[in-house]
Write a protein of this length. Structure first.
Lengths: 94, 486
């Protein structure tokens, strides 16, 4: 189960505006899906190492050297708004 | 000629009896004829395709034969970055995103001399099992009078192969997104081992699971396409630095003497009877060909879907945080501050399934719930992996259904996300364990809907998957059947 208040809180954490209809729908749907996920609690997992990754790789390093990739212009070509080689965002300080 | 395989066309191109230019024109004409109904593509790239075909013909003419893919028309799932070609991920968020670089697999295919027909449709950000979550339009399964979904999320890549609007394609598979649409459209679909193929330039969904792989008209073509994309890449530190064998060698070895495991948990109550009958008949065929069947158990199978949806959504909620209206993609009009711009951009840019998954993932990672959901699921993932490690001490490969049902009708599961997730019940465990697996056509329902047989092998043993698949294909003709399109 998940409450409408929790849904609103998670939406804020996820940086999502939800409409009232979405909020209502998600409360019901997420509740049902979370109930389904609850079945994991049937599985005894004491002392079981968590798997974050299936490969036996640790710390793949490379030399810290600048390599040509894309130009600043190319990197900015998809930015919704840019100026002087920077992206532009709404004012964040008063 | 558009119905032919890569290897058959390659012989003709090499002999000079066929020009790449003729082949691409045949494919583009086929697109004009059937794309309005099938809608397998988000965008077509006919100018680029013709240019690449000309270059392939010129190379053949001077005796420069780089690969069996030279001059072969391919479709690319629209989450693979293509320099200078819009890459939407099936989302309004990236509707006009033009990548400044190629994915490693795309670069390799360009170097091999392949021809790009277009970018294939998909569920938004690869989240879905039906391709109905595309922002643009649902792709229709070429089988079943165009009334059924093609499976997902690589539904466009699968439908394009089935409808002969390309010769082969690339898709991506996180929890079944290559194998499921391959099974539902009657084509071959191979998900390689996690780490076999570079993910560089694949738009990230769940980074510990995502893998790129081929969808083709037969197993030999899958071997050819995998050969072109497999191998270590310094741009993807999770790509395995493990030698790539010659996948076309050994396709004729047969299955005599192989031990093939049949996991009893993959034949569950409530499974479609026609699917079960076809898969069991397929398994019998391999037995008749000389394989020894072994009854095996993967006891944690029933927890795989829950585990998968906790982990995949948690990773997705983190990966998709980058869509904030700042560096690329949509930015919603907003007269407020930065935070309201973020929230409004994401509200407008994402469809409902993507929002649902971001919400689930954010919840599972949030303070107070992390141990109960995320860590718990990671532990069950360990148990699922151990299940497979255990059975591979008893057998060389596993045989199972790909999905519990054939393709379902368009719209049928849209209101019930959980029902949609259960389509992944036999594919998600394999993804969580990072194993290679392939769907090969093994039958048709009375409604003429395709059914797939899943072949699963230990890590980096794609050659075993291909060997079993090739033996099955050589003894059957399911892969040669074609849908009837208007």
């Amino acid at each position: 189960m998940i409450s409408p208040e929790q849904v609103a809180h998670v939406a804020h954490l996820a940086r999502l505006n939800l409409s009232e209809a979405e909020q209502e729908q998600f409360t019901a749907q997420l509740g049902a899906i979370l109930d389904y996920m609850e079945q994991l609690n049937e599985v005894p997992t004491d002392g079981v190492e968590p798997t974050s990754h299936v490969l036996d790789l640790v710390n793949v390093f490379r030399e810290d050297r600048v390599q040509p990739m894309v130009t600043v212009e190319a990197a900015l070509q998809n930015a919704p708004e840019s100026a002087h080689q920077y992206v532009v965002v709404p004012r964040i300080v008063e | 000629m558009f119905e032919q395989t890569i290897h058959a066309l390659h012989e003709q191109l090499k002999a000079g009896s066929l020009k790449a230019r003729e082949l691409v024109e045949a494919i583009l004409a086929r697109c004009i004829a059937v794309e309005p109904q099938v809608q397998a593509y988000i965008s077509l790239t006919p100018d680029l395709a013709r240019e690449q075909a000309e270059a392939a013909d010129a190379a053949f003419a001077r005796g420069d034969i780089r690969s069996p893919l030279q001059g072969i028309p391919l479709a690319l799932k629209d989450n693979l970055c293509t320099q200078g070609i819009v890459t939407t991920c099936g989302s309004h968020m990236l509707e006009s995103f033009v990548p400044p670089y190629d994915a490693t697999v795309v670069r390799r295919l360009r170097e091999a001399g392949a021809v790009f027909v277009g970018k294939a449709n998909m569920d938004e950000f690869a989240m879905g099992s039906s391709t109905e979550n595309s922002y643009f339009a649902p792709t229709r399964n070429p089988w079943g009078n165009l009334e059924y979904v093609p499976g997902g999320s690589s539904g466009g890549s699968a439908a394009a192969v089935a409808a002969d609007t390309c010769i082969a394609s690339l898709g991506s598979d996180t929890g079944g997104s290559i194998r499921l649409p391959a099974a539902m459209t009657g084509v071959v679909g191979l998900k390689p081992t996690y780490g076999r193929v570079s993910r560089f330039g694949l738009v990230a969904f769940a980074s510990s699971l995502d893998q790129i792989g081929p969808l083709t008209k037969d197993v030999r073509d899958a071997a050819i396409l995998l050969q072109a994309i497999a191998g270590h890449d310094k741009c993807d530190s999770t790509s395995g630095d493990i030698p790539v064998p010659d996948y076309s060698q050994g396709l004729d070895r047969g299955v005599s003497g192989l031990k093939l495991g049949v996991p009893r948990e993959y034949f569950v109550e409530g499974m479609d009877p026609e699917v079960e009958a076809s898969v069991r008949a397929g398994i019998e065929t391999l037995k008749l060909l000389g394989a020894e069947l072994v009854d095996v158990s993967l006891p944690h199978t029933r927890y795989a879907v829950a585990t998968y949806y906790v982990l995949a959504n948690a990773e997705a909620s983190s990966n998709l945080a980058r869509y904030d209206g700042v560096r690329y993609g949509l930015r919603a009009a907003s007269d407020g501050d930065l935070l309201s711009m973020y929230k409004q951009t994401r509200a407008e840019g994402f469809g409902s399934e993507v929002k649902r998954r971001i919400m689930l993932g954010t919840y599972a990672l949030s303070s107070g719930y992390y141990d109960a959901y995320y860590k718990k699921a990671q532990q069950v993932r360990t148990l699922l992996r151990q299940d497979f490690q255990q059975v591979f001490t008893e057998c060389d490969a596993l045989l199972s259904p790909v999905a519990p049902t054939p393709a379902f009708r368009l719209g049928e599961r849209l209101d019930d996300p959980l029902q949609m997730y259960l389509a992944d019940i036999f594919t998600a465990p394999v993804s969580l364990a990072g194993l290679p697996a392939m769907s090969v056509p093994c039958g048709y329902t009375q409604q003429d809907l395709p059914i797939g047989l899943q072949i699963i092998a230990p890590p980096f043993q794609e050659a075993m998957v291909l060997q079993v698949g090739a033996a099955f294909e050589a003894a059957t003709d399911f892969h040669t059947r074609k849908p009837v399109l208007p």
